[in-house]
Ligand binder design. Structure first.
Ligand code: AMP
Ligand code: MG
Length: 416
């Protein structure tokens, strides 16, 4: 029998096996939240041309020297440049061009004075007649209110690296450089298997002795949250045949990851581990953690699988500790877990296994305070509903005194 691995050893073994999936091409709007599979090099300067940052008048900045409210500089207006137009004239000394925000700076101009700093008044709205002259009420610096071509990005510059997660800003930049399609890492197909004679689905009647399958739903949610595409199969009975049939069906979907719950400990009906052993190779099936000691990992026909414990909290906690980083690696995402340090207000006990305690987090001064979420039974899913994070009691430690600092894996964004 394999020795009991600690969580870090187990994770190291799992990650060593896994590789990111291949790339696929998607249209830009579908790229949101996906992982970029290519470096993005801009083919153009952005902005592509010098343009005005203000509605006002483009001038030669020297012409505004010493201008003030009392002694305005008066220039003759010779051009009218709207956004989207391409001016071809040249601004001569003593001339000004009326210009809109985003419109190209005409040749010869070196600054833009905002309309508020002139005697012009556009409050009459669009289509105000072009005045023959304009008075400037202040002097301008060279380049003032001009957005230079290439000041945002230069042609040939790498603007995003493979591995970046595409958010709205990235989508905007990709649109800005004219990329209708982009290569992203394929999303892992995650098949989720539940088994147990006691389980019924959410639409079924809850007859005596039965409970609803919650793990199938929490795992689908976790897989989706981690960037995967969850596929939940019907619940198998506690027979070898039923579980075998479910595994065969799962494999026929060509999954990138298989996750089952229940049936991996040493109870009489723990048949999942038997079928895993028949159809594939179990790498290990116990881990020195709490909750979650019975946890099988291996491969079936080249597909990595996790046999997670059936207790709903154990299922979620083992997902956080091991499956989330594994799925992140397959999905090409960062595997580092979101952790903070927090001070516990409760005395905490453990049996010496690495323990993940469900806690709420609150801020007191410059410290984060962790409070146990009441009942810590591995069957009590409500402790996960309440939890902001999982406080980790290291292996070998059986008692944590109130006031000690612990690492806490974040389950959600905490803003209190
Ligand atoms: P087992 O590993 O089959 O001994 O299951 C351990 C505990 O988890 C039992 O109380 C099961 O009823 C419960 N359990 C197993 N699978 C699920 C599931 N899919 N949803 C909710 N509870 C489950
Ligand atoms: Mg069972």
């Amino acid at each position: 029998m394999n020795p009991l691995l600690n969580v870090d050893q187990a994770l190291e073994r799992i990650l060593a096996d896994l590789q990111p999936l291949e790339a696929e091409t998607v249209s830009l709007p579908d790229a949101q939240d996906r992982v970029l599979a290519e470096d993005i090099i801009s083919p153009i300067d952005l902005p592509p041309f010098d343009n005005s940052a203000m509605d006002g008048y483009a001038i030669r900045y020297e012409d505004s020297a010493d201008a003030s409210l009392d002694k305005p500089a008066v220039l003759s207006v010779t051009m009218d440049i709207m956004a989207g137009s391409a001016p071809d004239g040249q601004l001569q000394p003593g001339q000004a061009a009326r210009i809109m925000t985003g419109a190209p700076i005409p040749a010869g101009a070196s600054a833009v004075i905002p309309v508020e700093d002139t005697d012009d008044d556009w409050s009459k709205g669009e289509g105000s007649p072009l005045p023959s002259s304009v008075s400037l009420f202040r002097g301008l610096d060279c380049g003032e209110n001009i957005r230079l071509s290439g000041e945002n990005i230069k042609a040939g510059e790498i603007i995003m690296k493979a591995g970046a997660v595409i958010g709205p800003a990235e989508i905007g930049m990709l649109a800005g450089i004219g990329r209708p399609r982009v290569a992203v890492i394929r999303q892992p197909k995650v098949v989720i298997l539940s088994s147990g004679d006691e389980l019924v689905d959410i639409y079924d009647e809850l007859t005596p002795g039965k409970i609803r399958d919650t793990n199938g739903y929490t795992l689908a949610g976790l897989a989706r949250q981690a960037g995967g595409i969850p596929i939940r199969l019907p619940i198998a009975k506690d027979t070898l045949d039923s579980i075998r049939a479910l595994y065969r069906r799962a494999l026929s979907i060509n999954p990138d990851l298989l996750i089952s719950t229940a049936g991996v400990s040493v109870g009489a009906a723990d048949l999942v581990r038997v079928v895993m052993g028949e159809l594939g190779e179990i790498d290990f099936w116990r881990i020195n953690m709490r909750p979650g000691k019975p946890l099988a990992y291996g491969t079936i026909q080249g597909v990595p699988f996790f046999g997670l414990p059936g207790n709903p909290v154990s299922t979620m906690v083992t997902f956080e500790a091991l499956v989330r980083p594994a799925l992140a690696k397959i999905a090409g995402r960062s595997i580092s877990q979101r952790a903070v340090k927090a001070t516990t207000v409760d005395d905490m006990r453990s049996d010496g296994r690495r323990t993940y305690a469900r806690v709420t987090l609150s801020r007191e001064g410059d410290r984060l305070i962790a409070r146990a979420t009441g009942i810590q039974s591995s069957g009590a899913l409500m402790s996960m509903v309440l939890a902001d994070g999982l406080a980790i009691i290291p292996e070998g430690q059986t008692f944590v005194r109130a006031g000690s600092e612990l690492n806490v894996l974040l389950l959600r964004t905490v803003n209190h």
